[in-house]
Design a protein around this ligand. Sequence first.
Ligand SMILES: Cc1cc2nc3c(=O)[nH]c(=O)nc-3n(C[C@H](O)[C@H](O)[C@H](O)COP(=O)(O)OP(=O)(O)OC[C@H]3O[C@@H](n4cnc5c(N)ncnc54)[C@H](O)[C@@H]3O)c2cc1C
Length: 400
Amino acid sequence: MLDFNPHKTNCTSCAACYSICPIHCISMEKDAEGFMYPYASDTCIHCGLCEEICPAVHHTHQEESFDQQCFAATHKDSNIWQRSTSGGAFASICEAWSDQDTMIVGAAWDGLRVHHITVIGASNILPLHKSKYIASDIEDTFIQIREYLELGKKVVFSGTPCQVAGLHAFLQNKWPNLLTVDFICHGTGSPDVFAECVKQISKQFGKEVTHYEFRAKPSQIHEENYISKIQSGNSKLYITNDPYIQLFLKQDCLRPSCGANCMYRVKKRPSDITIADFKGLHQIFPELVGNKHNYSTIVFNTPKGASLLPKLQQNMHMLPCSIDDIIRFNPLFGQQTKASEHRDSFFAEFTKHPAKAIEMFTTPYLPLKRRLRTRIYYFLPAWLQKRLYNLACLIKKSNK
Ligand SMILES: Cc1cc2nc3c(=O)[nH]c(=O)nc-3n(C[C@H](O)[C@H](O)[C@H](O)COP(=O)(O)OP(=O)(O)OC[C@H]3O[C@@H](n4cnc5c(N)ncnc54)[C@H](O)[C@@H]3O)c2cc1C
């Protein structure tokens, strides 16, 4: 049986053990930092299945040897691009793989928490769009996926690399009808820290926040940004310097198994396709300076993933690049990060005085209007943006 006092740096909360237990004696429970871990009740029959499949115990890599194919891509449909975090790779992959019966599984908001849900058909993926930089609960979705695959139907599963590894471990066999999509992952943050940040923002906003959106794309702002959209009923506000995002990016509120301890930042990914922001776009494709849309990275890791290329090309503008380009500008693809020096002191304070911890470790949010300079830049014609961009590069070089 698994050691249910897990080393917290290993357990990713993938929920493979919870899903496989034949007598459902494993539950996922929250610790003081707000992260879920599995626990077995006294009814455990010691069958050993949970340990046999646990990806943290038996870490396996992609077995297929395949020359990964990489692209920068953005959706041709502006509406789909607008509701996606980067270039709309996820939506396009769903369109390319799915028929109207396909089950699509991904992370959706449940109020201000995040959990995995299933929808049927690519036309119903709206709740799955957008990155939610908070740990998402798998709940019973692995079990639902297995039942659907057993009916001979198709499934797309999208999640963190550790969730994809958890799904493969749970399913054990290879399923030709299953397509898995992961992303280059910074890590997932504590849902309780997020909830506390929202409480503080509500106080500052003067209204209770009811909806949240990370990486919002308010009209005419097309850079890769960390603008958050907060909503209370019909009132909405775009904010920069989001306190939760500050903690997330500094890695102060990440799950212990993320960041420096992540076992999945490897070139051979567990998924068929890896997606991400496309970083270094203008350095790799200078002809795209002035382009109004941000791009996704798409990496095909298996022949199954690569078989979607012709269909993706119908929906997306796709530019081939090398795996070295991806690794150079987005090193989290294959590299762990240095742990945050402040994580322990942050959580020591947070578990005692949540509000004080947020106050001590972040600065208050700013409404978007302070970033007028960036907004003006994106209103300029492409040729002028290109000139300004080149000038900024020259100034940067001469300052080095
Ligand atoms: C927690 C997290 C960390 C990330 N870190 C990086 C990074 O360091 N570098 C980088 O380049 N890109 C990172 N990404 C990926 C990036 O934010 C975009 O999701 C990616 O570029 C795909 O964009 P899109 O336009 O195709 O997708 P969208 O249409 O916006 O789709 C987002 C997809 O992500 C899934 N998803 C959203 N939130 C979660 C969650 N909490 N847990 C599991 N799955 C989720 C959804 O199910 C959906 O499939 C991260 C994403 C998440 C969720």
